[in-house]
Design a protein around this ligand. Structure first.
Ligand code: MG
Length: 260
């Protein structure tokens, strides 16, 4: 519970300090090419954990402060976080920027998908909307732009498909291995095994701070009525096997050990 609370505070903080000093990387990124996506969004596989059923936000903490309208959830007051927590996972999430275009830059259709409640993949209306490239839709906020801008128009549905590798920490709190993310935006690869530099705040460089092996999926309230639907996750479980004999070659009935 305490961990949850801290996570919520971390996410809240990154929103509420928006007027404070801003951290700048000093990297001059080229503009990600703008492409037109071609694939339909996808329904959950049979073994997926469905995080939003189109009816209520019972799977989410603070869910009462967001609304469900016509089978989709609409961003309300404050961050929401899944009650269930995840480490390495595959995540599918669909979102739509408001059809009524309001604001510009970071003020237009802003939300965010926070892996483990800490690491933000940006949600922003990046359709004909200029902002810094490592803060546009599908960026890892203030770390890297996406490879391409695959945005659909405001009001249309975007899909993120994310493969997440959680960071690992040593007992003394030091980083054992960083987080990695691979992601598709509307079927186009935008992040390819990107190594995260740490968390993703607005006002200071990224850093890693030891946390649990699992954490919630959190969605940001940045004051814009971004909508979400069809959210499902599959914890990553590597194939299981054990060596039962030494490797060999087989040709019909003839078996030849492979010399080591
Ligand atoms: Mg955001």
């Amino acid at each position: 519970m305490r961990f949850q609370l801290i996570l919520s505070l971390v996410v809240c903080l990154s929103v509420t300090v928006a007027s404070a000093e801003e951290y700048l990387t000093g990297v001059q990124w080229q503009q990600p090419p703008i492409i037109t996506p071609g694939v339909e969004n996808s329904a959950p596989p049979s073994d997926a954990i469905v995080l939003f059923n189109g009816q209520d936000l019972s799977n989410w903490r603070n869910g009462d402060s967001w609304k469900v309208e016509d089978g989709v959830m609409v961003c309300g007051k404050g961050v929401i976080s899944t009650k269930q927590e995840f480490g390495d996972c595959q995540l599918h999430i669909e979102w739509s920027a408001p059809s009524e275009v309001k604001g510009s830059g970071q003020g237009r259709g802003n939300s965010g998908v926070f892996m483990m409640g800490i690491y933000e993949m940006q949600v922003l209306d990046s359709y004909n909307n200029e902002t810094y490239f490592d803060g546009q839709a599908a960026a890892i906020y203030k770390q890297t732009p996406p490879m391409v801008n695959a945005m659909r128009a405001p009001g249309e549905w975007n899909a993120y498909d994310i493969i997440w590798t959680a960071p690992r920490f040593n007992d003394d709190g030091s980083l054992k291995s960083p987080a990695y993310i691979t992601a598709l935006h509307n079927g186009a690869l935008v992040l390819n095994h990107f190594e995260l530099l740490g968390d993703t705040p607005f006002n200071r460089p990224p850093q890693y701070k030891k946390h649990a092996e699992v954490g919630p999926l959190s969605l940001q309230d940045h004051g814009n009525p971004v909508r979400f639907r069809n959210i499902w996750v599959r914890p990553i479980q590597s194939p299981v096997g054990k060596q039962v004999r030494d490797p060999y070659l087989r040709d019909g009935n003839k078996e030849t050990p492979i010399s080591q």
